[in-house]
Design a protein around this ligand. Structure first.
Ligand code: ADP
Ligand code: MG
Length: 768
């Protein structure tokens, strides 16, 4: 069943070629005890390795079951070693980090036996060699003789047809040697045992056939096969498979023997993960904070429709960028001046708010609109008496910031409106139907001194709510306020008489309000509002005033004498003087964050199929701010993650090195596994399993540490910004990071693992 035909094998070291086997031909019987005798260096081990399929012959042929092995594939050799051959080595070659039992089980593990069967067979084999009691010890807890028994048990466990023993007693004392030899002889009964030894007396005592080797050639065979009938019997070969789980188990046991190093490796590898996890949890947390802030506060910002709107669409922005970056047109040599349209002009869209549009807005679903305010162009002739007794006109719109507005009124009377949602009313009450003023104070009850002085209060000391509420203001009618001088009208300088005029309307501050604590944007400013009825009232009374009637009949500005222009049309001016008109601006207060989108969609719908100049564009500050903040957040996150990724790269390289070192360390183990029939693939699997474990450890460790670090990080952030519990690790991020960690480590260990699988088993076994 096994026949060597003129086998030659030589080793090249540098220029020197060592002919280890110089044409060896032997036939073996199915069951015999062959001793191969020869001096050291005569080629015995080489011969044995070639018979065992561990090494390849250069020329000649090895016939298994009368079949040539010249065209054997690597996997066929692996299967042959696993099923047909049991190796016993001089140096035992047990795997140190797994138990005796697991060592014996290994050949079965490699052939894919179930755990239960494996254990039972391994225990039986250990029983045979008298070591059943020592099954759970580690090999280094045994004596040399015991270790060799384990090796014999391992060689037997798969019930192979051939046992190959390479000087099995070479490292043992003579008494133990005898015991081992007895054992080998016993198992040799129905098997082919080929034992290499340089001890002739051992060979004489135990072997049924002695073959002497000298310088790579057979010099004597005590019992050669002459009768062809004697070569009967077949060996049976089936494929071997090391399951992933067994590979994991093997590596896990290996890793257990170097806990410290594995921990440090995993820790170092986890630093990148820690960094990224922290950044993600921070940016995630901040994004949540920002979203909350937006929901709480930005939704309180109205969508504004005024005379002008910024046009921030892509087209205009690209145009802008082109203008800025177009270097060709820059620094020309021509001696000319070029008329240019200002960059801003193209970005600003002029809205013409028509009655049509106002009607359209009025049809907005009151369920999504919390409040609305229509700003009129009408000037109010507001006069107050200062603390020193003098009279002054209240400036209601000198600067954009202080411009007085009509206080938004709730759209749906039955529902909690904009006031209740956003403001605490500290004094008085808000009633849109009552002509009056509303004073909004800031979070610390502060009001801009300019506003207070403008209203006629003393700013030397705090002013009580009562004093505020009791103060009277007069709204003068046009007929009292404007005096005709010739063809023109001018304001009356005698404010005292205007103040005291019979028709002047007395109003008060009807409410003092303050933004609710969680409405951040509302709590940091002070301002004055009109109630809408005050404006309606005044428009009603002024629409037939002399100045208005006169102006309606005149084609130039009745106060300045100037002609009207595009910048100041007659209509605008009349609206200013008190003629009712369409609003100059509309502020829409969404009911909540979600309804804003609906409102915006409604406004967009109006512009559909309209020419550019007929379109009415709105400004959504909240959207602008959130887009901006979101964009900045994303950019910062990406940059920080990029930096942290560097440590991931570093740790990947480190894992590759560590795996490489592990491959070097486990070279012997690789050799043993190969001798037991492991395929190259299986070896790769073992090391991939190792990196998988490290990757998992480092990922989990990193996430754990990152999670722990969020606590101090949150403490610091709370200290700095007052925001509690910002850093939050999103579980999905955690899962992805774990996957990245495992994938990266497995990938970086892949090349060393591949190298391991390529190792020559013979060379691997020779290493110590
Ligand atoms: P033995 O087992 O009889 O002592 P070996 O079969 O181990 O002898 O070696 C036979 C010869 O081949 C020796 O001279 C040895 O130096 C040489 N040899 C064996 N293996 C290698 C190798 N991997 N590389 C180079 N020379 C080798
Ligand atoms: Mg040898």
């Amino acid at each position: 069943m096994l026949e060597l035909k003129n086998i030659k094998k030589s080793y090249k070291t540098g220029n020197f070629t060592q002919h280890a086997l110089k044409g060896v031909s032997i036939k073996f019987r199915k069951s015999e005890f062959v001793a191969i005798l020869g001096a050291s260096g005569s080629g015995k081990t080489t011969l044995l390795n070639i018979i065992g399929g561990l090494d390849r012959y250069d020329s000649g042929d090895l016939l298994i079951n009368d079949k040539s092995t010249k065209k054997f594939k690597a996997t066929e050799w692996d299967a042959y070693r696993n099923n047909c051959i049991g190796f016993i080595f001089q140096s035992y070659n047990l795997i140190g980090h797994i138990s005796v039992l697991q060592n014996v089980e290994m050949a079965l593990t490699l052939s894919g036996y179930k755990k239960k069967v494996r254990k039972q067979k391994a225990l039986e084999a250990l029983e045979k060699v008298g070591l059943a009691d020592h099954a759970h010890k580690k090999p280094n807890q045994l004596s040399g003789g015991q270790m060799q028994r384990v090796a014999i048990a391992r060689a037997l466990v798969n019930d192979p047809d051939i046992i190959l023993a390479d000087e099995p007693t070479g490292a043992l004392d003579s008494k133990t040697s005898v015991q081992i030899m007895d054992l080998i002889q016993e198992i040799a009964k129905d098997k082919l045992v080929i034992m290499v030894t340089h001890n002739p007396s051992l060979a004489d005592t135990y072997a049924s056939r002695i073959i002497e080797v000298k310088d790579g050639e057979i010099v004597h065979d005590s019992n050669p096969i002459v009768d062809q009938k004697e070569t009967g019997g077949k060996v049976h070969i089936k494929k071997t498979v090391l399951s992933y789980f067994s590979a994991l188990n093997l590596s896990f046991n290996n890793i257990k023997t170097k806990k410290g190093r594995t921990f440090l490796t995993a820790f170092a590898a986890s630093i990148g993960i820690i960094g990224i996890a922290l950044i993600l949890s921070l940016s995630n947390g901040f994004q949540i904070e920002i979203d909350n802030f937006e929901q709480e506060s930005l939704s309180q910002m109205p969508i504004t429709i005024s005379e002008q709107a910024m046009q921030l669409d892509e087209e205009t922005l690209t145009e802008q960028m082109d203008q800025i970056t177009n270097s060709e047109a820059k620094y020309p040599d021509e001696k000319v001046v070029k008329p240019m349209t200002s960059a801003l002009n193209t970005m600003v869209h002029t809205n013409v708010i028509t009655q049509d549009y106002v009607d359209y807005i009025k049809k907005l679903d009151p369920n999504i609109l919390g409040g609305v305010s229509y700003q009129k162009a009408t000037a109010l002739n507001l006069i107050t008496q200062a603390t020193d007794g003098t009279y002054q006109k209240i400036d209601t719109g000198s600067t954009q910031l202080d411009m007085w507005q009509i206080f938004p009124s709730s759209v749906n009377d039955n529902e909690v409106g904009i006031v209740e949602n956003n403001y605490d009313v500290l004094a008085g009450e808000i009633n849109s139907d009552q002509p009056g003023l509303i004073l909004q104070i800031d979070a610390s009850n502060g009001v801009n001194s300019t506003i207070l002085e403008n209203l006629g209060f003393s700013t030397n000391e705090d002013i009580s709510f009562d004093d505020i509420m009791n103060k009277e203001f007069k709204v003068a009618l046009n007929d009292d306020y404007y005096q005709q001088v010739g063809n023109y009208y001018i304001p009356n300088n005698n404010l005292e008489s205007v103040y005291n005029a019979q028709n002047s309307m007395t109003i008060k501050i009807t409410a003092i309000i303050r933004g609710k604590e969680d409405k951040v944007l509302l709590t940091n400013g002070s301002s004055v509002y009109y109630t809408s009825s005050l404006v309606e009232n005044i428009i009603e009374q002024n629409k037939n005033s002399a100045i208005v009637e006169q102006q309606q009949q005149t084609d130039y500005n009745i106060m300045t004498g100037e002609a009207f222009s595009e910048d100041l049309t007659k209509e605008t001016w009349l609206a200013y003087l008190g003629v009712d008109s369409v609003p100059v601006a509309i502020y829409l207060y969404p009911k909540d964050f979600d309804s804003k989108d609906e409102i915006v969609a409604y406004l967009d719908a109006y512009n559909e199929n309209k020419s550019s100049e007929d379109q009415v564009l709105y400004t959504d500050m909240a959207e602008m701010m959130s887009t901006l903040s979101g964009g900045i957040m994303d950019a910062i996150t990406v940059v920080l993650i990029a930096f942290s990724s560097i440590s991931l790269v570093v740790s990947s390289i480190m894992i590759a090195i560590i795996t490489y070192i592990s491959v070097l360390e486990r070279t012997k183990e690789i050799g043993i596994l190969r001798a037991l029939g492991a395929r190259g693939k299986d070896i790769t699997r073992v090391f991939n399993a190792e990196t998988l474990i490290i990757g998992l450890c480092s990922g989990l460790l990193g996430l754990g540490i990152a999670y722990l670090l969020t606590f101090p990080a949150n403490a610091v952030i709370e200290n700095l910004s007052g925001l509690p519990n910002v850093a939050k690790l999103n579980p999905i991020h955690a899962l992805i990071l774990l996957l990245i960690s495992v994938t990266l480590t497995v990938l970086s260990g892949f090349i060393p693992a591949k190298m391991a699988s390529k190792k020559d088993p013979v060379v691997a076994l020779r290493t110590e």
